[in-house]
Design a protein around this ligand. Sequence first.
Ligand code: FAD
Length: 296
Amino acid sequence: MILVFAEVIENEVQDITYELVALAKQLGDYKVVVVGADPKDIDGDVIQIDGILHPYHYKVAEKLFEEYNPDAMLFANAPFGMDLAPQLAGKLNLPLITNVVRLENGERFKATSLTYGGRVLVDLEVDKPAIFVVNRGCYEPVRGTPNVEKLSLAVEDGTELLRVIKPEEAGVDISKADVVVSVGRGAVDSLELAEELAELLNGVIAGSRPVIDQGLLPKTRQVGRSGKTVTGKLYLALGISGATEHVEGVKAKNVIAVNVDKEAPIFRVANVGVVADVNELLPVLIDKIKEAKGKR
Ligand code: FAD
């Protein structure tokens, strides 16, 4: 049996949970643990627990492990999952594999994991039971109807969640946008044009870390390891070199990259590469799109 821990933040099941459910379905029988949230659209058996499962509440997960004796526990590579899974692995003395992009069930589990900052993929085999932290964008999300079993688990571990300090919200979640126009250090002079392009394409603007560090865009717009992962239909990378820390966050179905350097690593992950100066290309591109839309 597979125990999936829904990624819940502030009483809401996060989208990545539906990707974990898709994986669990491939692995075998599963139950999804949802703490303190409505298990909306979760397909299959759900164990719903009232309260807040904060990152120091590994004791709840420990009790569930003892109760259900699962072969695997799946967590999301997201704030909550990444806090809880390692603590649980330590407490239960179980193997933990993080950054999982593929997982198969058999005599033992076979996992593929991203390592060295996303540069290397490694295949691993591990005995049961084990804990896996799964990356976003690797499984097509599955939604359905929950079959809910309510459970109350009283846990005292001496810690109390006092408050959650949220990042400043810019009102836009780039990880959910279909079209993302992203500005790198090579395109900062054309930020306004990039914003115009994003608007024309009904998309949102984002950036690489140096652009965020310079304060040109809010932190919520950062793509990459220490930012967000984009999973939409199109990612347009303007003047972005394609460092591993950046491309770790690029999981869009199509990637178009514009860079003056034809050797730029971003071209390795792009479906379409354009060797051009962004500052020259953008005005022309915007004109063409306006023309096609009859706006000129
Ligand atoms: P650069 O690497 O400077 O690239 C600029 C590119 O623009 C170059 O390829 C250049 O050829 C091109 N260019 C220049 N002028 C033009 C022009 N006129 N037209 C077209 N192309 C042009 N980075 C992230 O983005 N997100 C993260 O979440 C992140 N997390 C990190 C976490 C850690 C622990 C560390 C160590 C680093 C992290 N980084 C992250 C930083 C990352 O390593 C890179 O430094 C960063 O992604 C580089 O950003 P860039 O591509 O915009 O800039």
